[in-house]
Design a binder for this molecule. Structure first.
Ligand code: ADP
Ligand code: ASP
Ligand code: MG
Length: 410
């Protein structure tokens, strides 16, 4: 008898029929004798609907109230799911983040899980119940409801699997696994059978939303093997596991894109010690994560500073930077949220040169201008205009022969 954590995303629980189908799938595992913990997302589109309601109330919605609002999406699905299980003649219980005691920090709308109490879940499992836990939500020490950031139900599932020392953690979604790129953008995308935590971390951090980055972080830290697979088929999906020799030869294993970024430029900043710190301190103090940073030299003792922030934090960051710019005597602050970050990822890049150059060449051939570049040991990212995203993804996927495993591994 195994303890299995299964997570189903928004499209898998999009309507009552789908929730019933998920319940049947879970029950077939239970009938094999397993103890089942099921983490659910809100119904597809629900979180977006709630965000848009909030935006109609406040220019920058109050983060605490936003979390009270957003957590309702998952509350509804777990209740409906528990009803479906009961209707099928089995016992079930739905639990919210505060009932389980999924304790997080206080960073509303992107809180981090600090601890999970497994007692209540284990007690219900001991009573033979299917336990369903609302994804994406937690509670602070002061009893404020928090959410974990978009896509955060994956993180709830993996954190629960780690805390419960589950035998399996399965992430069910609307595609058959992790692909070489988003299969909904590039028809030639190929399913990857096995991928290392490290590569998956890069793919997730660079926009492959099939897994939330924090879920991969938890999986890596607590050595939870993840199986990402389809809700709608029985096909074997992708295993996210520790790196092994069979993976080392991958040069480029994936292409990702992220439309979640915005660019801010502070022009004619005095080029003196401490300026960068003055600009970035209040931004990080507000909990905003800065990704790429470019500092250009101008003639004289002036410099331009360009950087990217998550698009959801764009307005907030702009307001902060405008204030700092005035204080430090910078000339202007401009920005754009019509950008996208395109990246190529692969552990094999460590030992190869020329990968970045090939990427630049491919984008140039398509007439796509590169605004920013950043590289690390196993990835190269370029910021481009958002409207070229799909074109860039397909061209890069083709250029690195990712549709053909034998060539991608050459
Ligand atoms: P869920 O609601 O199940 O959590 P998500 O929409 O968050 O599902 O994630 C699944 C989606 O991720 C897919 O429908 C696909 O469009 C997208 N995606 C982006 N990159 C990849 C990738 N490399 N492999 C698979 N899916 C990807
Ligand atoms: N419902 C939340 C979202 O849409 C969390 C999740 O689905 O993982 O981001
Ligand atoms: Mg998701």
């Amino acid at each position: 008898m195994a303890l299995i954590v299964q997570k189903f995303g928004g499209t898998s629980v999009a309507n009552p029929e789908k929730i019933k189908a998920v319940a049947n799938r879970v029950l077939s595992c239970k009938n094999e004798g397993h103890r089942m913990v099921v983490v659910l997302s809100a119904m597809a589109g629900e979180t977006n609907r709630l965000v848009s309601l909030a935006n109609q109330m406040q220019a920058i919605p109050d983060p605490r109230e936003m979390d009270v609002l957003l957590s309702t999406g998952e509350q509804a699905t777990v209740a409906l799911f528990a009803m479906a299980i009961k209707e099928a003649g089995y016992e079930a219980v739905s639990l919210l983040g505060d009932q389980v005691k999924i304790i997080t920090d206080t960073m509303h709308t992107k809180a981090r899980i600090q601890s999970i109490d497994t007692d209540l879940i284990l007690r219900h499992l001991d009573q033979g119940r299917v336990v369903t836990v609302a994804g994406f939500q937690g509670i602070t020490e002061d009893n404020d409801i928090t959410t974990l950031g978009r896509g955060g139900s994956d993180t709830t599932a993996v954190a629960l699997a780690a805390a419960l020392a589950a035998d399996q953690c399965e992430i069910f979604t609307d595609v058959e696994g992790v692909y070489t790129t988003d299969p909904n953008v590039c028809a030639a995308a190929r399913k990857i059978d096995k991928i290392s935590y490290e590569e998956m971390l890069e793919l997730a951090s660079l926009g492959a939303k099939v897994l939330d980055i924090r879920s991969v972080g938890f999986a890596k830290r607590y050595k939870v093997p993840l199986h990402v697979r389809s809700t709608f088929t029985n096909t074997e999906g992708t295993w996210v596991v520790e790196e092994d020799e069979s993976m080392e030869s991958m040069l480029v294993s994936g292409v990702t894109y992220s439309k979640n970024e915005a660019r801010i430029t502070v022009s004619k900043v005095p080029d003196t010690p401490g300026t960068a710190s003055k600009i970035f301190w209040p931004i990080s103090d507000a909990g905003i994560i800065v990704d790429m940073i470019i500092q250009n030299t101008r003639a004289g003792d002036m410099t331009d500073m360009t950087f990217t922030v998550p698009r959801t934090d764009y307005k907030k960051a702009l307001t902060i930077v405008q204030k700092v710019a005035e204080e430090i005597g910078a000339e202007s602050v401009t920005g754009s949220d019509n950008i996208a970050k395109i990246s190529i990822v692969g552990v094999g890049m460590r030992n190869h040169s020329g990968i970045a150059t090939t990427m630049f060449h491919v984008l140039a051939k398509e007439g796509i201008n590169i605004m920013m570049i950043s590289t690390s040991e196993i990835k190269v990212s370029c910021v481009i205009e958002e409207k070229y995203t799909e074109l860039a993804v397909r061209a890069l996927h083709e250029a690195f022969a990712l549709d053909r495993a034998e060539l991608a591994n050459a």
